[in-house]
Design a protein around this ligand. Sequence first.
Ligand code: HEC
Ligand code: HEC
Length: 353
Amino acid sequence: MDFNQVPQEKKTQFALLIGQMGKSILAILFGVLILGSLWGVSSSVPEPPNFGPQLEEVPDVPWDYVLFKDVDFLQPPTTEQVAYGRRLVDATADHIGPNTNKPFAGNNLNCSSCHLDGGGKPFAAPFVTVPSQFPQFRSRENKEGTIEERVNGCMQRSMNGKPLPVDGEEMTAIVAYMEWLSYDKPRGEKIKGNKFLSVQFPDRRVDLENGKAVYIQHCQSCHMDDGQGQRALNSFTYTYPPLWGPDSYNDGAGMHRVITAAQFIKGNMPLGTTADEPLLTDEEAYDVAGYINSFARPEKANKMADFPDRTLKPMSTSYGPWADSFSADQHKFGPYAEIAAFYKAEYGLNKSK
Ligand code: HEC
Ligand code: HEC
C-alpha cells in the first residue's frame, strides 16, 4: 500500500493502529527487560557492600564510585553525606540560600554555577583532588589555610554570604563530596584541568564596546539582556544564573577579577564549551569579562583586610590598596603587561592574574 495515496482519515486510523501495536510491543519488550535484569542481578552482579544508610538520591555518577572508593573514607554514614554534599553543591540555593531556613549564602547561585558539573568539569575549577591539596598557603589571608577556610572564602565572596560552621553538617558534607569525587586520583596532586584555562591577554585596556557586542552575540540568550539570568521552576536556583546585580557574586570574588573571569569564560562559555574547543578568542573573552564586571554588584565588607602582604595581591584585583601606584581603573580593566613587568622588576614576582 502506498501510504501517500491513503485519504487523511484513513491515515489517522492507520497511525492509531500502529500506535496500539507499538504499545503492545513496548509492553512485551519491557517485560522481557525486567525478567532479564532480574536474572542478571541474581546470577552475575554481586550484592553491593552495605556502607550504611541507603542514599536518599543517587548522585549523578556511576555506582562503582560509591562502592569501591577508599574504604577509610567511605565509612557509614558517608554515602548519605556524599549525596547531601552533592546536593549542596548543585542546588546550593535550595539548601543554604537566602530563601531557606539556613540562609548562609547571600545569593541564589549554586557552587556548580561556576564549578560546573558539580565540580567535576576540567578547567572550571574542579574539586577533584582539591581537599588533599590543603592546607596550603593562601595569599589573601597570608597564612596556611584549610579546605574549610577555602570553601568559606567562596561562601563569603562568590556566594556573597556567611561562613559555614566548620564542623557543621553542610561543611562536612561538601568536603566529603569533594573527597569522593577524587577517590581514584593521587592525593595531593593536581589533575589536568585544575583551575582554569590560561589566556593570552591583549596589551590594552578592556574594550567595553566590544565586550558588549560579544555579550549580545554569545551570552544574552541565556543570561538575558539585563544580565539577570532566568530562574528555575519550583526551585530557588537559576537555570541561567545572573552575571551582575544584587543576586550575583560580590566585588571581593575571584570572578570579579577580569583575568580570572576571562579564563573561566574562555574554557566554559557559552554553556557547552570545553577547553579543547573554545568558542571565543582570547580578546573576546577578555572584553566580555570586563563588560560583565563593569556593572554594579554587592560589595564585600572589610576588603582592606585582604592580602596583608600587598605584593601578593593579584594584579587584577579591583580594590586597593596595592603595592604599586597604577590606577584603580588599570587594575580593574588593564592593560596588565606593565603591571606584571613592575612586579617582576621590583619584587621578582611573576603575576598571572
Ligand atoms: C561566582 C563563581 C563561584 C561560585 C558560585 C563558587 N565559586 Fe568556588 N571558586 C571560584 C573561583 C573563581 C575560584 C578560584 C580558582 C582559582 O584559584 O583560580 C574558586 C575556588 C574554589 C576552591 C579552591 C579550588 C582550587 O583549585 O584550589 C574551592 C574549594 C571552592 N571554590 C569551593 C566552592 C564552593 C564549595 C562553592 C559553593 C558553596 C563555591 N566554591 C562557589 C568561583 C566560584
Ligand atoms: C546556553 C546558555 C548559556 C550561554 C549562551 C552562556 N552561558 Fe554562562 N552560564 C550558563 C549556565 C547554565 C551557567 C551555570 C552553570 C550551571 O549551572 O551548570 C553559566 C555560568 C556562567 C558564569 C558563572 C556563574 C555566574 O552567574 O557568574 C559566568 C561568569 C558566565 N556564565 C558568563 C557567560 C558569558 C560571558 C557568556 C557569553 C560568552 C555566557 N556565559 C554564555 C549558560 C549560558
